[in-house]
Design a protein around this ligand. Structure first.
Ligand code: NAD
Ligand code: ZN
Length: 266
């Protein structure tokens, strides 16, 4: 696969592998781009079907849910249906293998994701979710987790209820919503603290498939750089980001398996 890449890019993958072999604390941040090759559209892709006249930014907000809970719930049920059958791609698998073998390489990897899918977990990774989990629900009023409609881990899609009818909380009668951090909401405290610690104390920060536009997650690379880390970006359309030391401008599913192989892990 690597042979299909331009020689300048191959040289950059080798440079990244050489750097990583000498470093121990690695912090990785993934975004929607890592799941794109599994067939999950990113937020910036145009929506399809019934939803093509809406932008994701207009639906994933607390205001949108207060204004029209049925619309937002239906959209999430549709997204759940879209994501349920999707499987990890070679990028998720390579990261899981690296994480699994990190004791052998004497490295400590912290994997942080902005994604709400569970493809990292399906691949076998330990991952910190900064923006919530598509397969969990909670009450929009009393915040108590709502335990039906859950996707059991690695459950099959036919066990999930994709009904678009709104459901209400058994404690307070508030509407049930997905347990996802919407635009304008705060990140979960424990997860954010862990992510900040990992970014501030890493030797290398790797940003994978994220447009680096959504804060505070986008600030983690800055924090890492400020504390002396090298920054690697993997994205076929690199962001205009002056922090980056090594840019690997191709799909994550192509670059990550090769990077991990060049480090001697696969
Ligand atoms: P984004 O949509 O803003 O950016 C995606 C980035 O991925 C772009 O820079 C694009 O160039 C890049 N990309 C596309 N294909 C790629 C590939 N094959 N390999 C590597 N990079 C690729 O997504 P974001 O930065 O994650 O931020 C937006 C928000 O969207 C996040 O808060 C996230 O919670 C949410 N979101 C999550 C999912 C998911 O869970 N799968 C999907 C859509 C959006
Ligand atoms: Zn409630």
């Amino acid at each position: 696969m690597l042979a299909e890449l331009p020689s300048a890019l191959i040289a950059e993958v080798e440079r990244a592998a050489e750097l990583l072999k000498t470093k121990q604390r690695i912090c990785l941040l993934t975004g929607a781009g890592i799941s794109a090759e599994s067939g999950i559209p990113t937020f910036r892709d145009k929506q399809t079907g019934l939803w093509e006249n809406y932008s994701a930014e207009d639906l994933a907000t607390p205001d949108a849910f207060s204004r029209d809970p049925k619309l937002v719930w239906s959209w999430y049920q549709w997204r759940r249906q879209l994501v349920a059958s999707k499987k990890p791609n070679p990028a998720h698998t390579a990261l899981a293998q690296w994480q699994y073998n990190s004791q052998l390489t004497n490295q400590h990897l912290t994997l942080i994701t902005q994604n709400v899918d569970d493809l990292h977990e399906q691949a076998g990774s330990d991952v910190i979710h900064l923006h919530g989990n598509l397969w969990r629900n909670l009450c929009s009023r009393c915040q108590i987790p709502h335990t039906t409609q859950l996707k059991g881990h690695y459950d099959r899609e036919d066990n999930i209820d994709f009904d678009e009818a709104l459901i209400t909380c058994q404690h307070c009668d508030g509407y049930i919503r997905p347990d996802i951090v919407w635009f304008g909401e705060s990140l979960p405290v424990h997860e954010w603290h862990t992510a900040e610690e990992a970014a501030a104390n890493c030797d290398v920060f790797i940003s994978i498939g994220t447009s680096s536009l959504v804060y505070p997650a986008a600030g983690l690379a800055q924090l890492a750089k400020h504390n002396g880390a090298k920054i690697i970006e993997i994205n076929p359309y690199p962001t205009p980001n002056t922090l980056v030391d090594i840019t690997l401008a191709a799909k994550a599913g192509v670059i990550l398996p090769e990077l991990v192989k060049k480090m001697g892990i696969l």
